[in-house]
Each structure stands twice: as structure tokens, then as C-alpha cells.
Design a protein around this ligand. Sequence first.
Ligand SMILES: [Zn+2]
Length: 63
Amino acid sequence: MTAGREWTIGLCWRCEAEDVPVLWLGPAHSDDHGHAPFHACEPCTRRIEELIADHVARRYAAT
Ligand SMILES: [Zn+2]
């Protein structure tokens, strides 16, 4: 188990589903409001994981 990867019940910041299990993915930054915790539900987390994998694969392909 990795520290900081605990599921809680709350609002998904990606699809705006309420009262669903959400995972903290990191701080979201705003010029006006500073930073806030970005949470995503299970399907959104899976999609974001795919995007991260694509991003990392592309970053390594570019070097
Ligand atoms: Zn979601």
C-alpha cells in the first residue's frame, strides 16, 4: 500500500459524480485561489492513468 493513495467518499473533480469513492491525485493549481486537492472517481482515475502512461511513453520516445 502506497502512502497518500487512500480512497475516500466524495466528489469527482473530473466527471463531477458525487458521493463516490475518489482518489487524491495531486494538487490542482489556480492563479486566483492557490491550490486544492484534485480527486477523481475510479473510472476517471483509470482514464487519467492511461493519459499519464501515454504522456510518459511519449516523453521517453522524444528523448
Ligand atoms: Zn469521475
